[in-house]
Design a protein around this ligand. Structure first.
Ligand code: NCD
Ligand code: ZN
Length: 349
């Protein structure tokens, strides 16, 4: 198969940032995806419906002419999110999930949740209103090894949370371990999960052997080969609760190539192409459409897209760096190539 046509995919975990860089970031996703769940970890974070509405307008204004790319907004959960704010969010029609960052877990998570018990009322309101919770699933104790933080979160935090809130819909984001794959498989129907292209294609060896590669650094951090194999098996299995979420997380080149570099990999310019490469390598291109275009929409209770994209097996050079406001940004594979390219996209719905 040298060409594959699929229902236009959606990205169920995306960072677009804000301000001057929006024009340089949004178009990459808009060319490929129909919709995206937009992460709220701005500075300051998007904690109110009003802020989410204003942010959505700025994203819409940054779309290329004629684009129908639809940003699905989220709220940033804090220790103090009032249930009334959850009610406003659910009534807005533009907010599709609430994001839980354990405080200190990742980029711009300082205002995140310090103790889930403090959010119990907000989480019950979400369950009542069928507003889902997206979770960055890592514990943050300083004494927990960074490579164990996701696995520890599952039993220590996620299992009790699912038990305390038996009607809450939950997406465990950016799975990185075999343990997380097993947890989701054995979990209830209301538990879904996203998987990034970098975790399907790379391990910590790619980041650390032969030199340290800051553009491969993201959170949760890349893991071992047996974890990557488990993620490939999950993504290509056809299981409806695993779906695409790029976690494309742009940071300026100088902030990545730094003595204390930021976490986040910028994959938006080649995201669906990277997934095609991963599925192709696994001999599972026929499973890409379900993972990329059907499972997420079904889980979120949204209609599937009706237009299509076509990907072609042909190497495409990826520029070494790209404009990012008044700075530059290095995309994943910058200065090298990707084995698939976006051939055509049919007009929207
Ligand atoms: C994300 C970012 O930069 O906003 N970084 C990352 O490494 N994935 C935050 C996140 O999703 O953890
Ligand atoms: Zn993210």
């Amino acid at each position: 198969m040298d060409k594959v046509t699929l229902t236009r995919p959606d990205d169920w975990h995306l960072h677009l940032r804000d301000g001057a860089v929006l024009d340089d970031v949004v178009h990459w996703s808009a060319e490929r995806f129909g919709r995206a769940i937009i992460m709220p970890n701005l500075v300051p974070p998007v904690t109110t419906t009003e802020q989410a509405q204003a942010y959505r307008e700025r994203i819409l204004a940054a779309r290329p002419a004629g684009s129908r790319f639809e940003p699905l907004m989220t709220l940033y959960l804090t220790d103090n999110t009032p249930p009334a704010e959850i009610e406003r969010a659910a009534a807005s029609g533009i907010i599709h999930a609430v994001k839980l960052y354990p405080a200190g877990a990742t980029t711009n998570s300082d205002s995140g949740v310090t103790d889930m018990a403090r959010c119990a009322d907000a989480l019950e309101a979400m369950a009542d209103l069928n507003l889902g919770l997206c979770i960055h699933g890592e514990v943050t104790h300083p004494d927990t090894d960074i490579f164990d933080r996701e696995a520890r979160f599952l039993e220590e935090r996620l299992a009790p949370l699912l038990e305390r809130h038996p009607r809450l819909r939950v997406v465990l984001e950016h799975l990185t371990t075999a343990e997380a794959v097993a947890f989701v498989r054995n979990g209830p129907e209301r538990l879904g999960a996203t998987i990034t292209p970098q975790h399907l294609l790379m391990t910590r060896n790619d980041m650390l052997v032969g030199g340290i590669r800051p553009h491969y650094y993201c959170l949760p951090i890349l893991k071992r080969e047996h974890d990557r194999v488990a993620l490939i098996e999950a993504a290509t299995s056809g299981h409806p609760r695993f779906f695409l979420g790029t976690d494309s997380a742009p940071h300026a080149q100088h902030a990545k190539e730094n003595a204390c570099g930021c976490a986040g990999i910028f994959t938006a310019p080649l995201a669906i192409e990277l997934y095609a490469e991963a599925f192709d390598a696994a001999g599972a291109l026929d499973r890409l459409e379900g993972f990329a275009a059907h499972h997420g929409a079904d889980f979120y209770g949204l209609p599937r897209n009706t237009d299509t994209i076509t990907l072609e097996r042909a190497a495409r050079d990826i520029p070494a760096d790209l404009p990012y406001g008044d700075t530059r940004i290095v995309p994943l594979r910058g200065g090298t190539s990707v084995g698939w390219h976006l051939h055509t996209a049919t007009p929207g719905n």
